[in-house]
Structure formats: structure tokens, C-alpha cells
Design a protein around this ligand. Structure first.
Ligand code: BV8
Ligand code: ZN
Length: 259
């Protein structure tokens, strides 16, 4: 597929085969003073973690509103815990992939680096990312519904509701559900790193869930050069400067190769 400039917008849709475009992007990243990365389920797809809205998607077997909402937990905490325990068992056997590792390398190379992930699978942390916001929470963390204590708890018993050992109240996944606000300070932290970055990489997200779905335009409006890496076009593909279509596992490491 040839490199073509869509005159209606300023974004380039380019085929990775175009070495010139690739070296342009590598140069951009190598000279950037501040880099922000936004990831979604697509970056973990190559580790074997199902995405939400793809054909093998997690929502396919379940409906988000039946499970990832405070109302669902209120109504049937056992069902919601069953779903999260099923996902925990699935994710526990997965490893970070080359895209996760490349993001860690970017953090090492760029002083003013920040990663915003929508993923709750913990694979960025497992790969070595430290400058990150897990804005939708982390599937390995639990939170007490009463005293609010948050703990890393990897052995929630299957089929039995977990209770807080401080106050004996019900524990919930420390995850942001639909209709819930992000954790205090996270949106401010995200807007700081989106407004300051020279380059924003948007990797593996369908751009459908807010507030994250608005992050690419926030960075673009603040003057960032925005690169989208996704298997398919998304609602933000026409907004970004460069749209690289392919697997994150293949593309992201390429951007870090020597110039
Ligand atoms: C909020 C935790 C303020 C669950 C998730 C009405 C009432 C209340 C709120 C709203 C409302 N209407 C709209 C809203 C806002 C709502 C929202 O955006 N809804 C959407 C559905 C319209 N947002 C919220 O509620 C947020 N809070 O707004 O607070 C507020 C509060 C009260 C009232 C009003 C406002 C909270 C949102 C957080 C929800 N929690 N996760 C869990 O994980 O168990 S969202 C869920 O979707 C995941 O976190 C996931 O990360 C996220 C986004 O999905 P993606 O990561 O993009 O994954 P997806 O499968 O969609 O796409 C994968 C992409 O990868 C695809 O593009 C695919 O092509 C690509 N891909 C696949 N393979 C590869 C690849 N790319 C590259 N390489 C590959 N190999
Ligand atoms: Zn408690």
C-alpha cells in the first residue's frame, strides 16, 4: 500500500514498508523532549489477552453493562467476581510482549516520559514500566467497599466472595467501572503529560471510552505530533498526524531501532 497523503486531512496513512516514513518517525521520537504513550487492550492482544471489542472480545461473551458497573456489583457481586476471576486466571498465564518492552525502552530513553494505560492487566508493570497511570485500575488490586483500603491481592478465592481483613466488609476489584469517575488526580496528571508532550503515541485503543477517547485531541490541540498504531482505523485516525496500521508487537519495536 503506497504512502498517501489524504489531502482532506493532514494525516499520513503509510505502509510500514516505507522506510523513509519510518526513519522520519524514529527521528521524531529520538529528538522529542517529552513523550507520552496512551495504550489500550490492543497492546496486550499480542500477549494473548482478549480485547474488549474485537471478534474474540471479552464483551462478546458478556455485556459491559452487566458486569463492569457499580450497579452490576451491587446487584450480583458473585457474578462480577466470577468474571474478574476468570480474567485473572487468563491473564496470569500471559507475558508482556515486544510492544510492552519497547514502551519500557522509550521510558528509559526519554527523561520526560509518561505512559497512560487503559489496561487493567498489569502487563506494562510486569514489563518494567514505572512512569505510568493505570487509569482504569489494576485487576490484581482489590479495594474494600467500606474502609477503602487498596491492596494487591492475587489470590481472591474462586467462587467465594472476598472480605476485608480490616473491617470484614466486601472487597471489590480496584477497577474504574462505567459511570465511575477516574481515581482522584488521574485526569489532572493525564492532562499535564498530554499538554506537555512533543509526541503522543496512541497504541491499540478503539478510542471509544471517555475520558481516554479525548486524550489524542487534547495532545494534538496542545501542539503534539500524534501517532496512532492500530490494526484498524479508529474514530481518531483522521485526527492524528500519522496512522500506522499493523500489530503493535511488530510496529512499536521498529520505532526504537537505530536511525
Ligand atoms: C467517567 C474497566 C466521569 C472495566 C473500563 C453515561 C453515563 C456515565 C458515563 C458515561 C455515559 N456515557 C458516556 C460515559 C462515559 C463512559 C464512556 O466513555 N462510555 C462509553 C462506552 C461511551 N466513561 C466512563 O464511565 C468513565 N468514567 O466518564 O467518569 C463520569 C462519571 C459519572 C457519570 C458521567 C461521567 C469510566 C470508563 C472506564 C470504564 N472501564 N475498564 C474492566 O476492564 O474490567 S473501559 C474498558 O474499555 C477497558 O478499560 C478498555 O481498556 C477500555 C477501552 O477499550 P480499548 O482499550 O480501546 O479496547 P478495545 O477492545 O475497545 O479496542 C482494542 C483496539 O486495539 C482496537 O482498536 C483494535 O483494532 C486494536 N488492536 C487489536 N489487536 C491489536 C490492536 N492494535 C494493535 N496491535 C494489535 N495486535
Ligand atoms: Zn475494610
Amino acid at each position: 500500500m503506497p504512502l498517501h497523503l489524504d489531502t482532506a486531512t493532514t494525516h499520513l496513512v503509510l505502509d510500514m514498508a516505507h522506510g523513509s516514513a519510518l526513519s522520519f518517525l524514529k527521528e521524531k521520537l529520538a529528538t522529542a523532549k517529552a513523550i507520552t504513550v496512551l495504550t489500550g487492550a490492543g497492546i496486550s492482544a499480542d500477549s494473548g489477552v482478549p480485547t474488549f471489542r474485537g471478534n474474540d472480545g471479552l464483551w462478546r461473551t458478556y455485556r459491559a453493562e452487566d458486569l463492569a458497573t457499580p450497579e452490576a456489583f451491587e446487584r450480583d457481586p458473585r457474578l462480577v467476581w466470577e468474571w474478574y476471576n476468570w480474567r485473572r486466571e487468563l491473564i496470569a498465564m500471559k507475558q508482556p510482549n515486544a510492544a510492552h518492552t519497547a514502551v519500557v525502552e522509550l521510558e528509559r530513553r526519554c527523561q520526560a516520559f509518561w505512559l497512560i494505560t487503559q489496561n487493567v492487566d498489569g502487563l506494562h508493570r510486569a514489563a518494567g514500566s514505572r512512569k505510568l497511570s493505570e487509569i482504569h485500575g489494576n485487576i490484581w488490586m482489590v479495594r474494600c467497599t467500606r474502609c477503602g483500603v487498596v491492596e494487591d491481592n492475587r489470590d481472591v478465592p474462586i467462587g467465594i466472595l472476598p472480605f476485608c481483613h480490616h473491617c470484614k466488609s466486601l472487597l471489590r476489584p480496584h477497577i474504574v467501572w462505567f459511570g465511575e469517575s477516574l481515581f482522584a488526580g488521574e485526569v489532572e496528571q493525564c492532562s499535564t503529560v498530554l499538554q506537555r508532550c512533543d509526541v503522543l503515541l496512541v497504541i491499540g485503543t478503539s478510542g471509544t471510552v471517555y475520558p481516554a477517547a479525548g486524550f489524542a485531541s487534547m495532545a494534538k490541540n496542545a501542539g503534539a505530533f500524534v501517532v496512532e498504531i492500530n490494526l484498524d482505523p479508529t474514530p481518531q485516525s483522521t485526527l492524528v498526524d500519522v496512522s500506522l496500521q499493523g500489530r503493535a508487537n511488530d510496529i512499536v519495536p521498529l520505532l526504537l531501532e537505530p536511525l
